[in-house]
Design a protein around this ligand. Structure first.
Ligand SMILES: NC(=O)c1ccc[n+]([C@@H]2O[C@H](COP(=O)([O-])OP(=O)(O)OC[C@H]3O[C@@H](n4cnc5c(N)ncnc54)[C@H](O)[C@@H]3O)[C@@H](O)[C@H]2O)c1
Length: 337
């Protein structure tokens, strides 16, 4: 077993910072040796805060550094393909945030380069590591709900990202619904046969999304290879919080995932009762972000394959691209297998 995996985090924005913080102080067998972000002052600030020995504003510094074993790529989606290829060519293992890439030919290229250089690559589908989804997977695999027949995914996030993020995000089906497509494959233990998607801009303040052929609300209807079915509701409108849920209905029962609550308490006052709600992704998936990184480091130390590979990244990307194409053309899209 390898004693220590020396890591660099590339991209220190909304999510990169959390990954850096986890690696810096919470993961046995991992050492954060470098943080990188081209935004002036950002890498230096994070390095100081997390006591990291080295920082840079030049992404290439991560690839050339012989003291780095693994690179955590948390840069804008449009840069993933280039970053993964450079890392692999320099024999660095890769953890990359979802989506793997934006285009399918890029995904094929990336998978080829990963193979040629014999490195490990884990994709950041953190729901697979969230304790509730892990338990749901275990119960489904144990046969507790019989044969899965229907998947339901709900992803509502009212924290609309900056226009600059939307511009490069690849659209709601690629940026958000991809989490549901991945977890649908995982929970149903099935592949998607076909998908149909529609979408709208419902909030006046989100009209700017039109410029990027994007919407703030998308619906997809799925048919699985086994004949099972599903639907995914994805929206950037949720005035009450961050609402992620899943459900699988089987021949013998159903399993529901997600309660929206941050703390398991109810408040009672004169004429009403209430409970709190989760407000954002770092809160809802705090444990999952840590557990997926623990898994990445553990698999590297033991020389094992991660649970969520570049191949899984490509399969989810295929579904997202098919959904986007269906949204644009109004037709059901069959996936190639
Ligand atoms: N798994 C999840 O739940 C989840 C949540 C949010 C974001 N993401 C993914 O994480 C990635 C980053 O998203 P974010 O919300 O943190 O974005 P962000 O815009 O907040 O941060 C991106 C950071 O990368 C930096 N950057 C830009 N180009 C770079 C380059 N070439 N090299 C190094 N750094 C570069 C920017 O300066 C910025 O600090 C996206 O691919 C997104 O899809 C995943």
């Amino acid at each position: 077993m390898i004693e220590e995996i020396r890591c660099a985090v590339l991209g220190l924005g909304r999510l990169g910072y959390w990954h850096a913080e986890n690696i810096a102080s919470k993961i046995q067998g991992a050492k954060l040796v470098k943080v990188i972000d081209p935004l002036k002052g950002r890498a230096e600030e994070v390095a100081r805060e997390l006591k990291v020995e080295s920082w840079s504003e030049n992404p290439n510094d991560a690839f050339k550094d012989e003291n780095i074993d693994a690179i955590i790529i948390v840069t804008p989606t449009s840069t993933h393909a280039e970053m993964i290829k450079k890392a692999a060519q320099h024999k660095k293992h890769v953890f990359v945030e979802k989506p793997l890439t934006q285009k399918l030919d890029e995904a094929d290229d990336v998978i080829q380069v990963i193979k040629e250089n014999n490195i490990s690559c884990q994709v950041g589908f953190m729901r697979r590591f969230d304790p509730a989804y892990v338990e749901a997977k275990r119960r489904i695999a144990a046969g507790d709900i019989g044969k899965p027949l229907y998947f339901k995914g709900v992803s509502r996030d009212g924290n609309v990202p900056q226009e600059e993020f939307i511009k490069y995000s690849g659209g709601i089906f690629l940026d958000v619904a991809i989490h549901d497509y991945d977890i649908a494959r995982f929970l149903m233990n099935d592949e998607v046969h076909s998908i149909q998607a529609t979408g709208n801009i419902l909030l006046e303040s989100n009209k700017f999304m039109e410029k990027y052929h994007d919407v703030d609300q998308g619906l997809s209807t799925i048919r699985f290879k086994s004949g099972a079915a599903g639907d995914v509701e994805t929206t950037r409108i949720a005035p009450y919080g961050y609402d992620i849920r899943g459900e699988v209905i089987g021949t013998e029962g159903a399993i529901q995932i997600g309660s929206m609550r941050q703390n398991d308490i109810k408040l009672f006052t004169k004429n009403q009762t209430s409970h709190d709600l989760v407000q954002d992704f770092p809160t809802r998936f705090k444990d999952a972000y840590l557990l997926e990184m623990v898994h990445f480091i553990d698999t590297l130390r033991k020389g094992e394959q991660p649970l969520c590979t570049a191949w899984d990244g490509k399969k989810a990307l295929e579904i997202s691209i098919a959904a986007t194409s269906s949204f644009n053309n109004g037709e059901t899209v069959l996936l190639k297998h």
